[in-house]
Design a protein around this ligand. Sequence first.
Ligand code: SIN
Length: 295
Amino acid sequence: MADDDALQAFDLRPTDTRVGAEIYDLDLSKPLDDGTFRAVSAAFDRYSVLAFRGQDLSPEARIAFSKRFGKLQINVRSEFNKAGYPEIYTVSNILTDGKPIGSGDAGRYWHSDLCYLPTPTRASLLYALVVPERDGVTLGNTLFAGTCASYDTLPATLKRRLEGLRAVNSYNAMFERKASEFGVRPKLTDEMAKSYPKDAVHPVIRTHPTTGRKCIYVCEGYTTRILDIPEAESRELLALLFAQVIKPEYVYRHSWRVGDLLMWDNCAVQHLASFDYAPLHRHMERTTVEGSIPF
Ligand code: SIN
């Protein structure tokens, strides 16, 4: 696949689900020409999840490629930002001298990255350095659920009910829940809570900034409450929408290989990591590209 100005053709293989495509024969260690970059961007809008297979990328190359899509974000858990590369966040269960070198519980709940910020993430790029495998089976898959297709199939009456509703997305609520459920991260102290981002309010149904499609933009990981409706109704609607997004027909499961760079659109998909591999190791590094204010 390539457009007129592209110097590099590449092999794009859509998955058999509603989101996702694999890309072969494209070396991201060198800058892409503008034509190839436009073709990759168009594929990103079309498929929402792109798996660039067989890469060998330095931190600098990953940062340079990510920056072509926008400004990079620095994760608030700075203890897991890679030394010398604050834009790279470490997702890992490896301990060095008894201490975690990365976030060991990232992706425990279905979520959209950094939706707790006023300007959330557009694209996340996760690079696989260590992938767990047992008896020839790859473990630690990442699942993606399409939020546009799952919106499209909602009944018209429900779509009308959701119009104009806004919801609270909370980093601190997620932190407390993970600390109590998994015990990998410390308990949230008042001091930590003050230093972390304040809750952000976003539309329950969001319009994709590039494709114009409507997407469900509440997730079990961060969304705590729909505003301006009774609490019981908020709970009922959130449960319904969380279940709608992750129906099997909207889900793609990515089975990792070392050297994959996986890039996803946080408006068009939500994701979840599988935790089926302990005591084996899994080590990934992520950059996130800032998006726009949801509308
Ligand atoms: C994340 O939530 O960004 C991490 C996903 C993963 O580790 O598969």
